[in-house]
Design a protein around this ligand. Sequence first.
Ligand code: NAP
Length: 242
Amino acid sequence: MPNPAIALVTGANKGIGLEVVRQLGRAGLCVWLGARDAGRGEAAAAGLREEGLDVRFVALDLGRPETLPLAAERIQEECRRLDVLVNNAGIADPADGSPGEASLDAVRRVLETNFLGTLAVTQAMLPLLRRSGAGRIVNVSSGLGSLTQNADPAWEFAKVKLLGYNAAKAALNMLTILLAAELRDTAIKVNSADPGYTATDLNGHRGTQTIEQGAAEAVRLALLPEDGPTGGFFSSAGPVPW
Ligand code: NAP
């Protein structure tokens, strides 16, 4: 990967995304911290700069498409290219639930943000990634997006039947597979990361892992060497079944 490499992490003002920014910054990358709220984003970026890291805030809201070309323009103007895109931003919705009970609006909201919003960011950033000699796209998915695991009644998280959230992460995994195939003849690798159940606002801090543990696999996939995989789905424990 060229040095210094340039990364963008979405939804990075807190939680796993913030920690991914920190770890990529510590690895020597210049990192754009994407956040939808300028106050929260600027504050998070300033905190990491105080730690000595090269971190810049960029406004980016998956639900406001007009922010995406503006973010791409900003990165283009200052850096000319992008080497790493970590699609981390995501939501859970309290009215999501099992297929018989989920609110249709909640399912729509989760798909809009977690799948369509992520696709829109990816399309907006692809021209910049194509200018990299070693582009890496990491889609922060979830074990809940695995069709195989959801179909197994004995799976540890089998009771978590959130139709909107699980379907959005399964769709995100399809984006990983199809985009990796589309880009197979380029220098860009595309993979899905399952962070594992991590204590963040998303789950009321009920997750059993630290954010350092939750960020680790996305960081590893963001920094894959040239002979690393593309079109895969991985957690810290290894490959995750689709
Ligand atoms: P979190 O602490 O709630 O962070 C989510 C981040 O996404 C926040 O920065 C949030 O910004 C941002 N975001 C939400 N909607 C956005 C939008 N429309 N545009 C831009 N940013 C937006 O949750 P987290 O646990 O760190 O989640 C990070 C990723 O990991 C998500 O994709 C999640 O699905 C995935 N994941 C988490 C776990 C887990 O156990 N925590 C497990 C598997 C996968 P605001 O602060 O402005 O709301």
